[in-house]
Design a protein around this ligand. Structure first.
Ligand code: GTP
Ligand code: MG
Length: 297
């Protein structure tokens, strides 16, 4: 058997660049939640990719931006910690947005830290080749990049070439995970994330950024899983919005989450959601521990 290779690859980028979509596409299964809103991902999500003798541990991170709240600071610090720990860094840029302030912040920090990175221009299905050429001209010339790839995490175009490159750069090392592992994310956390995704999809404005979800009970039998979760909000008014008229909103969110969980976990899921008001949940260190984030970042 050929010698094993194994490397950690951090997926970095501005919020909404398509990092989680990319991870899910590469792994071939939904492991990281996705939404059209910024700042969907809060903590790292690891996906394990295998090709021939190579195992890559792809680490999805929270989008990097200028944080102000404690939670945002912890998310951004978490993303940088994953960047520091990784063997390789992939910087995803939304081709349509190009070089925005957040991406510029990432590039400047990597240059300062004297790190090399792979430039990964995503969402090429949304732009013309002329726009791509301009982008390549502006960003592609920077010394930071060890290679540049163009792809669409949605259609998959260009992704195999990028993965082949990353595999070719992996270090000789024994694999870190069993060959049949897709992620090391606990099912309880994944289940909470799926409900949070449905909240992100259904709620407007700032509300998604002021709530969190925790799985309080996860009971699995051979054929089914019974899950209880708390949706934690800061105010009674938020609770009322999530419940909706006659409980319509919570019902819709529960149905969407249950369907997705049934599909992803491969068993019949019964899901029980409770909306709780906890004014200061964002000041509770326990909430940060669940995602592996530093409360004092
Ligand atoms: N058209 C198109 N849309 C994409 C592509 N990749 C991602 N998207 C969309 O971009 C939006 C954001 O995708 P995410 O994967 O959640 O982005 P992210 O970088 O993980 O965002 P944060 O977790 O908030 O930092 C979603 O609506 C995706 O469907 C792509 O290649 N093409
Ligand atoms: Mg994400």
């Amino acid at each position: 058997m050929a010698e094993q290779k194994c490397s950690f690859v951090a997926i970095l980028g501005a919020p909404n660049a398509g990092k989680s979509t990319f991870l899910n596409y590469v792994i071939g299964s939904k492991i990281s939640i996705v939404s059209p809103k910024v700042q969907t991902t809060r903590g790292k999500v690891r996906g394990i990719y295998i090709k021939d003798d190579t195992q890559l541990i792809l680490v999805d991170t929270a989008g990097i931006f200028k944080p102000s709240r404690r939670l945002d600071r912890a998310m951004v610090a978490g993303a940088w910690a994953e960047s520091d720990d990784a063997d390789m860094r992939l910087v995803l840029i939304d081709a349509q947005k190009g070089l925005d302030n957040n991406t510029d912040l990432i590039i400047q920090n990597l240059i300062k830290a004297k790190k090399k990175a792979v430039l990964a221009i995503n969402k090429i299905d949304q732009v013309t080749s002329t726009k791509l050429a301009v982008l390549a001209d502006v960003i592609g010339k920077m010394e930071l990049w060890s290679a540049i790839f163009y792809f669409s995490a949605k259609t998959g175009k260009g992704v195999p070439e990028l993965m082949d490159y990353l595999c070719s750069k992996a270090s000789k090392s024994p694999w870190m995970f069993y060959p049949d592992e897709m992620t090391d994310m606990p099912d309880r956390l994944f289940a909470a994330e799926v409900t949070r995704e449905k909240l992100f999809m259904n709620l407007q404005n700032e509300l998604p950024y002021h709530l969190t979800v925790e799985t309080t009970s996860f009971k699995e039998t051979e054929k089914s899983i019974r899950i209880e979760q708390n949706i934690i909000v800061e105010r009674t008014a938020h609770r009322m919005i999530i419940l909706g008229h006659g409980g319509q909103m919570i019902k819709k969110i529960g149905q969407q989450s249950r369907l997705e969980l049934t599909k992803q976990l491969g068993k019949k899921v019964s899901l029980f959601l409770f909306v709780k008001v906890r004014e200061n949940w964002m000041e509770d260190p326990h909430q940060y521990k669940t995602w592996g984030l530093d409360f004092d970042a």
